[in-house]
Ligand binder design. Structure first.
Ligand SMILES: *[C@@H]1O[C@H](CO)[C@@H](O)[C@H](O)[C@H]1NC(C)=O
Ligand SMILES: *[C@@H]1O[C@H](CO)[C@@H](O)[C@H](O)[C@H]1NC(C)=O
Ligand SMILES: *[C@@H]1O[C@H](CO)[C@@H](O)[C@H](O)[C@H]1NC(C)=O
Ligand SMILES: *[C@@H]1O[C@H](CO)[C@@H](O)[C@H](O)[C@H]1NC(C)=O
Length: 456
């Protein structure tokens, strides 16, 4: 009578200890890693800046894929071949661009001022693109990094300080593969049955990157040629989430091996510039570039190829309404300047957010994402769901504005962000309301927000 309950108690205690030990540590498999809750700062931030900067900013022709288009793919891109013939001596090699990466005007405080003024809450810089050049002094990338060559400066570290000083979160982009790394090419030739590149270069370097700069976001890329088992992605992520100095704050994306994206990892990017057609069940991020043709700076940029402010704001609002974050990219020059046209776009996004940010930051998707009301509107709600925001991009013709989805209550209050005082409204049958608009002021982003308190 006595012995049995004690015996059971021991068993139960052992069971609890085993469960909590497992529960606290992530295992190197997707089931365990995918169950990790995303640190909350990320979803609340909504808007970040992506920066593509590297040796590719020197030729600055076509895109940051210049080296591959010139000498990797078969056949090469004739435009890139012609560009080299016309502008460089015969036999000029890609690594010879590195000494021309001067970054002499790089002022991290000025960059961070622009990013802060844009209203972004996080910044993601390329620490290494597919060319393999690291923008920090990696000892695993000897003589192919920004301290041994080019600017002779730790670009990752210098920007980290300035960005963090403005209380923005700091993330790093890292390409898993390197187009022309001999270790990688040998593994590839072996159908990825060997892992020399991963074990001797990638993992030690990526671990060092995390220990040195403590990034709060790792934007992984260049994964698609090999499975995650080749990259040892789950082992790396288990270390990152269990034992790294950023284990409690770090956020990652989904590019960790062929077939991973949209399926495994932290938040989902899926394809570049991807937008889902309906509200997804998983946190996601849309990456987009002000220059629609390139992520890196290119000298042959055309004004008509840039996103204008209204299209950026629409993309941001629609992304956030669908539960996504918006990561907007600019490509600085090899001199270290953010081209003024990009700076202007970023500052103007900040101007719009200063008035309408309540509809964006820390918002949640609403019951309905969009409807064709008097004009099309996109909805978000605040985290307590006591307010719903309806953002519209077309100036209505008259002064009455109908919304059909919100269900009003006795306490409903309607305002137009940036305009003082509540607006008059009356309910519609069977649901919805008609609002009497004030004179709508000019908005350089061509987007206005109606705030509805206490609707259902
Ligand atoms: C930013 O730098 C200034 C000047 O060095 C310092 O006073 C301030 O505390 C820093 N702010 C943060 C958030 O690190
Ligand atoms: C790699 O796979 C290809 C195609 O399946 C095969 O022809 C080749 O022999 C393989 N190479 C090695 C080193 O296993
Ligand atoms: C890579 O993965 C293999 C297989 O899971 C594991 O045995 C090895 O320890 C891992 N290496 C590193 C450095 O993570
Ligand atoms: C609104 O109208 C446009 C154009 O007819 C249509 O493409 C879109 O699907 C409609 N949106 C909704 C939410 O009904």
């Amino acid at each position: 009578m006595f012995a049995q309950p004690v015996w059971l108690l021991y068993l139960f205690t052992a069971f609890i200890i085993a469960v909590s030990a497992n529960g606290n540590r992530y295992q190197a498999n997707w089931k365990s890693l995918d169950a990790r809750p995303l640190p909350t700062w990320y979803d609340e931030s909504k808007f970040g800046i992506f920066v593509h900067w590297g040796v590719f900013s020197v030729p600055a022709f076509g895109s940051e894929w210049f080296w591959w288009h010139w000498q990797g793919q078969n056949p090469p891109d004739p435009k890139c071949v012609a560009y080299m013939i016309e502008n460089y001596p015969p036999g000029f090699t890609y690594p010879e661009f590195a000494p021309e990466f001067h970054a002499q005007f790089f002022d991290p405080d000025k960059w961070a001022d622009i990013f802060e003024a844009s209203g972004a809450k996080y910044v993601v810089l390329t620490s290494k693109h597919h060319e393999g050049f690291t923008t920090w002094p990696s000892s695993y990338s000897w003589n192919w990094n920004s301290v041994d060559d080019g600017p002779h400066r730790d670009l990752v570290g210098d920007l980290a300080e300035a960005v963090r000083n403005r209380s923005l979160h700091y993330g790093l982009y890292n390409s898993l593969y390197e187009w022309f790394n001999p270790l990688y090419l040998a593994d590839k030739k072996n159908n990825f049955t060997t892992q020399d590149f991963v074990l001797k270069k990638l993992l030690p370097e990526l671990t060092d990157l995390v220990l040195r700069y403590k990034p709060e976001l790792i934007w992984s890329d260049g994964d698609w040629e090999a499975p995650d088992t080749y990259w040892n992605s789950t082992e790396f992520l288990a270390w990152l989430y269990n034992d790294s100095p950023v284990k409690d704050v770090v956020v990652t994306n989904d590019r960790w091996g062929a077939g991973c994206y949209c399926k495994h990892g932290g938040y989902y990017n899926c394809a570049d510039k991807y937008s889902p057609g309906e509200l997804p069940g998983h946190k996601w991020e849309k990456c987009q570039s002000v220059d629609t043709q390139s992520w890196g700076y290119r000298k042959n940029i055309q004004l008509s190829e840039l996103m204008d402010l209204p299209s950026i704001i629409q993309d941001l609002v629609q992304t956030v309404a669908m539960g996504g974050n918006y990561l907007l990219n600019v490509g600085p020059t090899s001199d270290g300047m953010i081209p003024t046209v990009f700076e202007e776009r970023l500052r103007d996004v900040g101007g719009w957010l200063a008035v309408n940010g309540e509809a964006i930051y820390a918002s949640k998707p609403w019951r309905v994402q969009t409807e064709n009301a008097t004009v099309p509107v996109w909805y978000t709600s605040n985290s307590k769901e006591s307010s719903v925001f309806a953002v519209f991009f077309t100036k209505p013709h008259g002064y009455t504005f109908k919304l059909y989805e919100p269900v009003t209550t006795d306490t409903t209050v309607v305002t137009l962000l940036g305009n003082s005082g509540p607006l008059r409204w009356s309910p519609l049958q069977p649901a919805g309301l008609v609002i009497l608009l004030p004179e709508i002021e000019f908005s350089s982003g061509q987007a206005w927000t109606l705030k509805l308190d206490w609707v259902k």
